[in-house]
Design a protein around this ligand. Structure first.
Ligand code: NAD
Length: 523
């Protein structure tokens, strides 16, 4: 994960970048210096000879080069580099952007005597201030703002180091003798041995191959075994579980061994299942790496795999010992995977925290830009809703069924499409379906559904999909919530919030499918 610094001119990006890189033992890159080096002239000369447009074009090619080659650097950017959307998109895919914010006087004091800054040379204080005011709003829209007013650049570096290793929350969830300690902890390298108190225990780390784009896994110590896996719902199956069981047994798994899973919902569900079955159960530590896993699947001990068309049909209830949520994993997550995580957060908001939906709507832009404090707030609030429900009903005999809002059709759609659509997208359609069904039953008007539709369109989710309605109805009948009394369906009522209703008229269930299913489209 790169650490990328931006901010108005004079916020000390270059010096702080150098200091920070030193402290972290990383490379330091400075986009202005790289342009100067490549062209062989100072920025002032480049501006005088070829103009700003030429400089900006060159700066773009430097950004592209960095993004191709670097994942472990501290990168200081020019004052305007990240105000360009293309540069921002490229760089932020490789790491975390920090925006240094200072008042204009301090910025001016730092740069007023600088000879190599073409923009400063064209300005007196009034001109500088006018430019600051003009760009102020743009910097405010950038993520991870660090207020540096009144701090020396050494203190700014310390503040950034503090941000990069902060523990921002912890709680426990327990059920009888089972307990999970959940913590929100930021770190930029993952050292498995540091997570476990028992120094003698063997550690088995199963991780999603893609997560190492964000964070390196330092697992060179003795008795630490690693297994990279490709994570998709298509291989959340018996074959993959068998592969992990074999790997554990061949490497001498013992009762005090710990299985550490680093991945999204797929790896978490799979590893939880394996850990609760091998040797009749060993400890499981889970480090969720997708937003969906952080807001939802990491908590509550539901483990499982798909079996043919039966989604999550083989599994156990077993709480992980520890859940460690590090939002830095999200830096390498694709936009679509962020969206699908937001869908589960929206679902949780509908169940128990209406303000969470407002928050997502208001701060979506900062979420896209991976603003860590905003992401942590979304995760924390969603987890508090789920925590209360799970503590009361771990084994899903009552209220926990509410967490399946949107999942009955969602799971049926996933199975129908051979797990080729994402869980989050399927749940988004499932939510719209549940709301439409609730409307047909006279429980709510269309306003909630219309609101979600708008939000899902901002999340760039496809919410109309091909399917045979009768076939989907059949698949819904095989849902895990079905008993001999029929299917328990989760609905939304304007007066009572989320409710559960049994045996809904099939005609209405088919009619509501019009909302998201089109038998004639091909997608
Ligand atoms: N156990 C529960 O309570 C529970 C709750 C909700 C969902 N689930 C399950 O969770 C699964 C969906 O979870 P998911 O959306 O996390 O799916 P996932 O694990 O497949 O991850 C989605 C995609 O993100 C990639 N990825 C993961 N971490 C990454 C990172 N840090 N950077 C870049 N890419 C990364 C994965 O390789 C994958 O391509 C489904 O199987 C669903 O049934 C379980």
């Amino acid at each position: 994960m790169n650490i990328i610094l931006t901010g108005f001119m004079g916020t000390g990006k270059s010096t702080v970048g150098r200091l920070l890189a030193n402290q972290l033992g990383r490379f330091h890159l400075d986009t202005d210096e790289m342009v100067e080096f490549k062209i062989g002239k100072s920025i002032k000369n480049i501006f005088e000879q070829w103009g700003e447009a030429y400089f900006r074009q060159f700066e773009k090619s430097v950004v592209k080069d960095i993004c191709r080659n670097e994942r472990k650097a501290v990168i200081s950017t020019g004052g305007k580099t990240l105000l360009d959307e293309e540069n921002f998109a490229r760089l932020s895919e490789t790491g975390l952007v920090f925006t240094l914010i200072d008042n204009p006087h301090n910025c001016w004091e730092r740069v007023r005597d600088s000879f190599n800054r073409p923009l400063v040379q064209n300005f007196d204080w009034e001109g500088f201030l006018a430019l600051y005011r003009q760009r102020e709003k743009l910097y405010q829209s950038l993520p991870n703002k660090i207020q540096i007013e009144g701090l020396s650049l050494e203190e700014v570096t310390k503040k950034l180091l503090g941000f990069l290793s902060a523990k921002t929350g912890e709680f426990e969830i327990s059920h009888g003798k089972q307990k999970t300690v959940v913590s929100m902890e930021r770190f930029i390298d993952l050292k498995p041995r540091a997570l476990v108190e028992n120094n003698l225990a063997k550690l088995f780390v199963v991780y999603d191959k893609k997560v190492t784009r964000a964070l390196e896994i330092k697992a060179t110590e003795e008795k630490v075994f690693t297994l990279p896996l490709a994570a998709t719902d298509v291989n959340k199956n018996l074959r993959q579980a068998e592969k992990i069981w074999k790997w554990l047994l061949v490497n001498g798994v013992k009762r005090d061994s710990v299985l550490i899973s680093v991945g999204g919902g797929v790896i978490g569900d799979l590893a939880g299942f394996v850990s609760s079955t091998i040797l009749r159960g060993i400890k499981h530590f889970h480090l969720p790496t997708t937003l969906l896993a952080m807001v939802d699947s990491c908590l509550g001990g539901k483990n499982g795999i798909n079996y043919g068309a039966f989604k999550n049909s083989l599994g156990t209830f077993s709480l992980p010992e520890r859940v460690i949520i590090n939002p830095f994993f999200l830096t390498s997550l694709k936009k679509l995977d962020l969206s699908t995580g937001l869908v589960e957060a929206v679902k949780t908001g509908l169940i128990g925290d209406a303000g969470l939906v407002d928050l997502i709507e208001e701060k979506l832009d900062l979420i896209w830009k991976k603003d860590i404090a905003t992401l942590e707030e979304v995760i924390w609030r969603a987890l508090q809703v789920k925590r209360a429900i799970v503590e009361e009903d771990l084994y899903e005999t009552g209220n926990r069924k509410k967490l399946n809002l949107g999942h009955t059709l969602g799971h049926a759609l996933e199975a129908y499409h051979d797990y080729q659509i994402s869980h989050g997208q399927a749940v988004a359609m499932g939510l719209l379906y549940s709301l439409r069904l609730s409307e047909l039953l006279g429980l709510v008007d269309s306003s909630v559904r219309e609101r979600l539709k708008k939000l899902f369109s901002r999340l760039e989710l496809d919410i109309r999909i091909h399917g045979q309605k009768a076939e989907l109805l059949k698949l819904m009948g095989q849902d895990k919530k079905t008993t001999e009394r029929g299917l328990d369906f989760v609905l939304f009522s304007a007066n009572s919030g989320v409710i559960i209703k049994n045996n809904i008229d099939e005609k209405l269930m088919l009619e509501a499918m019009e909302e998201v299913i089109d038998e004639n489209i091909d997608n």
